[in-house]
Design a protein around this ligand. Structure first.
Ligand code: NAG
Ligand code: NAG
Length: 403
């Protein structure tokens, strides 16, 4: 017990260290951009796009499905073009519905729409969304594209976006862009109802995408991987007499570290929730709160655990296992809810599915082995010993299973 208390204390310390690490002061540049030249526009959100030094500012009115954007980027050369597009069917350039701004033959700035069906030359065309109005301006080597569009799919608030810059325009047709990594990575998803706050908080805003990734990683590692492993240890490793009592400390170590990481992840979730105006992911949030509550009770119950031959130990076991399995199931459900919200690349979700299936497979195998061992022992000794009554768990006065 003393050892586990020390572990608990050092892990709580670790938790505080982790929490203090995840409030970086990386400053976001789009939050300091203002629009003064055409109209004094105000957008609800902005993002520093991750490649090509580009920025997107936007406002979205879900009731009318109306999206206003300002896309800011430097064309590859002064007489080049900049483009921002939505891809309603896929994630890359092909299929994207593009707005492209460039200098027209009369010297003014034009914005045209293109249904990009291949890597071939572009032809102006109608696009998936309706363009209410659009305009563009160019100054200091930077172009700004403004547009208000109406999305045909009401209620869909996460889009695939693609952006690009090109070097030149020939005869009113934008020429092809370069194929450098930055040109090929200029795509991602856009959550219309979430972005960096346009009002930079004092001391500089944090990069929101970073925070969401940290939130995702911490919670997948904690609730999605470590808690299940800790449960597997408690349920299956203890049948081996030689693993007694080390399985117990391993279990505690696993769950207390999972809790520490989980609380850090939970904290980042609360922060993200408080910063997201206009939308709450209520199921994800409620499950998150339930998880935190269950896990906190579990951790403190560790300290109140009755001795194994105490008459209340039986009830303590029921509660401890019930809460444990509750955390297991809710944790995995919430990881998948989180994937739906964050929409990371498919490989992450697939990797998690593979991992959790492997853990599930291991658990099934161990379940079978456990029953075989226990039944064999029972036959030998003629005892009415049930499985899982090893160290710290038996509510009867029986000794741990004899080899
Ligand atoms: C874009 O082009 C593709 C292929 O020609 C066509 O199937 C699609 O309907 C077009 N989209 C729009 C919005 O016109
Ligand atoms: C879009 O049109 C509205 C009126 O229909 C006008 O007030 C607004 O300034 C226009 N915005 C741009 C970017 O041209």
């Amino acid at each position: 017990m003393a050892a586990s208390r020390t572990t608990l204390a050092s892990l709580l310390f670790l938790l505080l260290a982790v929490v203090s690490l995840i409030s970086p002061s990386q400053s976001a540049t789009c939050t300091s951009q203002t629009f003064t030249t055409t109209t004094n526009k105000l957008y609800s959100f902005c993002n520093d796009l991750p490649s090509l030094n580009s920025y997107l500012h936007w406002s979205y009115d879900p009731t009318r499905s109306e999206l206003s954007v300002a896309f800011i980027a430097a064309p590859a050369r002064p007489d080049g073009w900049i483009s921002w597009a939505i891809n309603p069917t896929s994630t890359g350039m092909v299929g994207s519905q593009a707005l492209i701004a460039f200098k027209d033959s009369d010297g003014g700035m034009a914005v045209k729409t293109y249904n990009v069906t291949s890597y071939g030359p572009l032809t102006e065309s109608k696009v998936w969304y309706e363009v209410r109005n659009s305009s563009a301006e160019s100054s200091g080597g930077v172009m700004r594209l403004f547009a208000t569009v109406v999305l045909p799919e009401m209620g869909k608030t996460t889009l695939n976006q693609v952006w690009q810059v090109g070097p030149s325009v020939t005869g009113g047709v934008p020429d092809k862009h370069e194929f450098q990594p930055a040109n090929l990575n200029s795509k991602g998803s856009l959550d219309l109802l979430r972005g960096q706050s346009t009002v930079a908080p004092a001391g500089g805003g944090n990069s929101r995408a970073n925070k969401r990734n940290i939130h995702g990683i911490l919670n997948v590692v904690s609730w999605g991987i470590m808690f299940p492993i800790g449960i597997i240890i408690a349920r299956y490793v203890r049948v081996f007499p030689s693993a007694d009592p080390s399985w117990f400390y391993l279990h505690i170590f696993c769950q207390v570290s999972a809790y520490a990481i989980g609380v850090a992840g939970w904290g980042t979730g609360l922060k993200l929730g408080s910063e997201s105006k206009g939308i709450t992911y209520s199921t994800h949030r409620s499950i998150g709160i339930a998880l935190f509550t269950l896990a906190t009770v579990q951790i403190f119950a560790l300290l109140l655990r009755p001795k194994k031959d105490h008459k209340y130990r039986f009830y303590w076991n029921i509660y401890h296992h019930g809460f444990g399995y509750g955390i297991l199931i809710l944790g995995i459900i919430n990881v998948f809810k989180g994937f739906e919200i964050l929409q990371p690349q498919n490989k992450w979700k697939n990797a998690y599915i593979v991992l959790i299936s492997v853990l599930g497979g291991i658990a099934l195998l161990l379940e079978a082995i456990t029953w075989i061992i226990v039944l064999r022992r029972k036959k030998k000794s003629g005892n009415s010993t049930k499985p899982y009554e090893g160290f710290n768990n038996g509510h009867s006065r029986q000794e741990p299973l004899a080899p």
